[in-house]
Design a protein around this ligand. Structure first.
Ligand code: PLP
Length: 764
C-alpha cells in the first residue's frame, strides 16, 4: 500500500515497518481531535475514550481467538517481550527459591533465528534478577524449522522457552501445533512465549486453543502507527508490571494510554475481522509472491531464494544474487525507488545474516541476502509496478557491464582508464584503453573472476596481461582461472609478467617494461613483503629527458607501501632488509604525488601517494630521508608487525593498521540540499555523483552532474592532478560514500572538496 496512490516509491520493506493505513490515520487523528479524553477521567470525554479503548481490546481478542486471556496495550513488541520475560522469570525465580534450587542448573531456551529483542531481553532480566540460568539457542534446520529433538532434550530443565510464529527475515513459520506437543510433552509448566509480530494478518492465530503463555504484537508492522502494540497473556499466566505508576490497564501497565494508537489499531482489527477488508486474501498474496519471484528470476537468472516457499508466509521473499553483495543490490534497488532491506545485520566489517547462518546457508547467500516484504494491503497495481522496476534494475546492470546479456554489445558506454574493484578490503586493478580495446589486470581476486570476465566480454576487451604484484599469502590469486578464459600468447613468469626484451633506464638502473596500448608498464623489483614482490608503474612512454617519476600515472606497489602503513615482513618469504631498499628505490622512481594503488585498502582510502604517506608514516619517512639505519628499520618493523596479532579478525592482514587520529584531518565541508542549491548558482561549483553507473542511470539529479563512480575515483584523481583547487561537491545515495570519497580526495590534496550530507535520500 502506498499512500495517495503515490507510486514514485515502491515500498517493499513491510517487515521493518508499514505506512499507516489511511483509514487508521484518520481514526488516530479523530482520536486526537475529538476522542482526546483520558480514559481514567470519569467525565463524559473520559468515558468515551475508555469505551474506544475497551472496544479495541475486544476486537483484539476476537482477532486472536482469545476470549479468556488478557490483552494489555503496550508501546510495541519490544515492551511486550519485556513484560513476558520479566513476568515469567520472576515467577520462575520464586519457585526456585521456594524449592531451594539454583537458577544455574536450568536453561532459558530461545530459537536461533529469534529477533534480537528476545535473547537480549532474556540475557538482561536473567542477569538483573540474579537467576543466572544458561541461555541456549535452539538450532534450526536448513528450512528454518526448530529442532524438536533438541527442545525435548532441554525443555525439562528449562524455565522458559521463546519461539517465534513467523520469522522477520525469511517469513518462515513454525508449526505451532507440533511445537506445542513437543514442548508440553517435555515440560507441562514451562513458560512459553511466541513472538507473533510478523504473524498478525498473515496466519490465523487461535491463541485460546493453545498453551502459549505470552504473545507480543506490534502495531507498526501492520499499518498502525509506531508506539502502539499489545500483548496477549494466557489466563492465570503470571504477570509483573514493567511500568508502575498511575495504575492504568488495571495496574498492569501504567502510563496514560495511547488513545490515537488504539483508535488506529481498532481500524486494523476491523480490517482483519471484516469480510470486505482492504487486506488481500491469502490466495491473492500467494499470487503476488509468485509474480514477484518469477520477475526476479527473469531479471536475475543467478538468483537463489534463501527459504522454501512451502513453509513461509507469502509476504516475505529473501534472496541472494550470485556475484552481488546485498549492499550493491540495495543501492541498485534504491536508485530505482524500490525500498527493500538487506537481510543482514551490520557488524563492524562483514554484513551477514545470523538467521541465514543459523539455517546453515552458504556464506555468500548470507552476505548477499536481500529481504523484500509487503503487507496484506498490497495491490496488484503496486506488484505490477514493482515488477517493471525490477526489470529496469536488471537492464541498468547489463548496461554497465555488471551482467552480460549477449545482445546489444554496442550500446555499452566504453570504459577508459583505471577501475578499482574490491572484495572485502582487497583490490583488483583493471586498466582499459578504450581506443585499442586493450586491458590489463593487476592482482585479480578469485571472487571477482566472474565479474572481470563479464566486464572483458561486455566491453569486448583483449586482455594484454594479468599480473600479480606478489605471491599473495592471504588469498589465492584469480590469475590462473582468468588466464584459462583469456589465454595469453606470450610466455609469462610465475606472477604473470610477460617475457619482454624492452628495457628502460632510470637512475642508472635498467627495468623491464611491456607496452599496454600507448602506455608502458614498467616492472620494478621491490622484494620485502615477499621475496617475489614487484611494483608495476603504468606510465607515458619515456622520451628525451623524461624520467619514471615524471611519467608515471599509477604505481601498483602491491603490499610494499600500504595506506598508512607498510606491508608486513614476517612471512617465511619476507625480508625487512630488502623492504628498506625497495622503499628507497620506489622513492627514487616515483614523484611525491604519483598515485600509489595498493592491493589492500583497509580503511577506504582508495589510493595514496608518497607526500601523503610522509605525513603519517614516520617509518617510511625515515627510510626515504636516510634518517634510520637498516638495522633500526628491521627492529621497528618487528614491533610494527607484532601489532598484527591483535588486529587479525576474519581477514589475514597484510600490514598492521595505523591508528589514525581523526583530529589530524580537516573536517569535510558539508552541504544541505538547500545550501547546495544556492552554491550551485556559482559556475565554479561542480557536482560529482559518485554512485555506480547503474545507479546513476536509474536516477540522477536534473542539474548537470558528472558521474564518477567510486570504482573510477582514482582515475578521476589522476586526470585532475593539475586541478586540485576546483570546488567539487560529491553526492551519493545516503551521504556515506560521498563522505568517504571526499576524505580520500582531501587527503590527496584536493583542497575544495565538499559533500551533500544525507545524500539523495534527504535531497527531495
Ligand atoms: N519481533 C519481531 C519478529 C520483529 O520483527 C520486531 C521488529 O522488527 C520486533 C520483535 C520488535 O518490535 P517493535 O518494533 O514493536 O518493538
Amino acid at each position: 500500500m502506498n499512500n495517495n496512490n503515490d507510486l514514485s516509491q515502491i515500498y517493499l520493506d513491510a517487515n521493518a515497518t508499514t505506512p499507516v493505513l489511511p483509514q487508521a490515520a484518520k481514526a488516530a487523528l479523530s482520536a486526537m481531535e475529538q476522542l482526546f479524553g483520558n480514559p481514567s477521567s470519569s467525565h463524559i470525554t473520559g468515558l468515551r475514550a475508555k469505551d474506544l479503548m475497551e472496544q479495541t481490546r475486544c476486537k483484539a481478542k476476537q482477532v486472536l481467538g482469545s476470549e479468556k486471556g488478557r490483552i494489555i496495550f503496550t508501546s510495541g513488541a519490544t515492551e511486550g517481550i519485556q513484560t513476558a520475560i520479566l513476568s515469567a522469570l520472576i515467577s520462575a525465580r520464586d519457585t526456585l527459591k521456594a524449592t531451594q534450587q539454583q537458577g544455574n542448573d536450568y536453561y532459558l531456551l530461545y530459537g536461533a533465528t529469534e529477533h534480537k529483542a528476545v535473547p537480549e531481553s532474556l540475557k538482561h532480566w536473567n542477569a538483573l534478577l540474579g537467576i543466572n540460568a544458561k541461555l541456549i539457542a535452539i538450532p534450526v534446520d536448513g528450512y528454518g524449522n526448530l529442532d524438536h529433538a533438541f527442545i525435548s532434550q532441554y525443555a525439562p530443565k528449562s524455565l522458559m522457552i521463546c519461539t517465534m510464529a513467523v520469522n522477520n527475515e525469511t517469513g518462515v513459520y513454525q508449526d505451532l501445533k507440533a511445537l506445542e506437543t513437543t514442548i508440553r510433552q517435555a515440560n507441562k509448566s514451562i513458560f512459553w512465549l511466541v513472538d507473533c509480530v510478523q504473524a498478525l494478518g498473515k496466519i490465523s492465530l487461535n491463541l485460546a486453543q493453545t498453551s502459549i503463555d505470552y504473545a507480543p504484537f506490534s502495531g507498526h508492522k501492520l499499518y498502525a502507527p509506531k508506539g502502539i502494540g499489545f500483548i496477549y497473556i494466557r489466563e492465570n499466566a503470571p504477570l509483573t508490571a514493567v511500568i508502575a505508576g498511575g495504575g492504568q490497564e488495571s495496574g498492569q501497565r501504567s502510563g496514560t494510554e495511547n488513545l490515537p494508537g488504539m483508535a488506529a489499531m481498532s481500524v486494523i482489527f476491523d480490517q482483519l475481522i471484516s469480510t470486505e477488508s482492504c487486506f488481500a486474501n491469502h490466495q491473492t498474496l500467494y499470487a503476488y509472491r509468485q509474480q514477484l519471484a518469477d520477475t526476479l528470476i527473469k531479471a536475475f537468472p543467478q538468483i537463489v531464494f534463501n527459504h522454501s516457499f512451502n513453509n513461509s508466509v507469502p509476504t516475505t521473499l529473501n534472496f541472494a544474487i550470485k556475484g552481488f553483495s546485498s549492499k550493491e543490490i540495495m543501492d541498485l534497488f534504491d536508485a530505482a525507488n524500490i525500498r527493500v532491506s538487506s537481510g543482514s545485520a551490520c557488524s563492524s566489517k562483514v554484513t551477514r545474516s545470523f538467521v541465514l547462518d543459523a539455517m546453515g546457508l552458504p556464506a555468500w547467500q548470507s552476505e548477499s541476502a536481500i529481504r523484500l516484504s509487503f503487507g496484506p494491503a498490497m495491490t496488484q497495481v503496486e506488484v505490477d509496478h514493482a515488477c517493471q522496476r525490477i526489470i529496469s534494475t536488471a537492464q541498468a546492470l547489463t548496461q554497465s557491464c555488471m551482467v552480460l546479456d549477449g545482445a546489444n554489445i554496442d550500446d555499452k558506454t566504453p570504459l577508459n582508464g583505471l577501475v578499482q574493484l574490491r572484495s572485502g578490503a582487497s583490490c583488483t586493478w583493471i586498466y582499459v584503453d578504450a581506443a585499442s580495446k586493450h586491458a590489463l589486470i593487476i592482482d585479480p581476486l578469485p571472487e571477482l573472476t566472474e565479474r572481470l570476465d563479464t566486464l572483458l566480454q561486455c566491453q569486448q576487451l583483449a586482455l594484454m596481461a594479468i599480473i600479480d604484484t606478489h605471491g599473495h599469502a592471504d588469498h589465492v590469486s584469480g590469475r590462473v582461472l582468468l588466464a584459462k578464459k583469456h589465454p595469453q600468447s606470450i610466455q609469462c613468469d610465475g606472477l604473470g609478467w610477460p617475457q619482454t626484451t624492452l628495457f628502460v633506464t632510470d637512475h642508472d638502473r635498467q627495468f623491464e617494461y611491456i607496452k599496454v596500448a600507448d602506455k608502458w608498464l614498467v616492472k620494478v623489483p621491490t622484494p620485502g613483503h615477499t621475496n617475489d614482490s614487484i611494483s608495476l608503474l603504468l606510465c607515458q612512454p619515456l622520451t628525451g629527458s623524461d624520467t619514471l617519476a615524471s611519467n608515471t600515472l599509477f604505481a601498483f606497489c602491491g603490499d610494499t607501501i600500504l595506506m598508512g602503513t607498510l606491508g608486513r615482513t614476517n612471512f617465511d618469504t619476507s625480508c625487512a632488509i630488502s623492504m628498506y631498499d625497495s622503499i628507497q628505490l620506489l622513492s627514487s622512481v616515483l614523484a611525491p604525488q604519483s598515485l600509489i594503488c595498493a592491493s589492500h585498502d583497509y580503511q577506504n582510502e582508495f589510493a595514496t601517494h608518497l607526500s601523503a604517506e610522509y605525513l603519517r608514516n614516520p617509518l617510511l619517512q625515515q627510510v626515504i630521508q636516510n634518517a634510520i639505519t637498516v638495522d633500526e628499520f628491521v627492529a621497528s618493523k618487528l614491533i610494527l608487525d607484532s601489532q598484527l596479532n591483535d588486529q587479525t579478525g576474519s581477514e589475514i592482514l597484510c600490514g598492521a593498521l595505523p591508528i589514525i587520529a581523526c583530529s589530524k584531518f580537516k573536517p569535510i565541508k558539508e552541504y544541505s540540499a538547500t545550501s547546495l542549491a544556492i552554491a550551485l548558482n556559482s559556475p565554479k561549483v561542480k557536482l560529482l555523483d559518485i554512485r555506480e553507473p547503474h545507479e546513476y542511470a536509474l536516477q540522477h539529479t536534473a542539474k548537470a552532474c558528472e558521474n564518477v563512480p567510486l570504482t573510477r575515483l582514482v582515475q578521476f584523481m589522476q586526470q585532475h592532478q593539475q586541478d586540485k583547487d576546483s570546488e567539487w561537491v560529491l553526492i551519493c545515495r545516503s551521504g556515506s560514500r560521498s563522505l568517504v570519497a571526499a576524505q580520500a580526495m582531501q587527503r590527496l590534496g584536493f583542497s575544495h572538496i565538499a559533500h551533500l550530507k544525507g545524500g539523495y535520500a534527504l535531497a527531495h
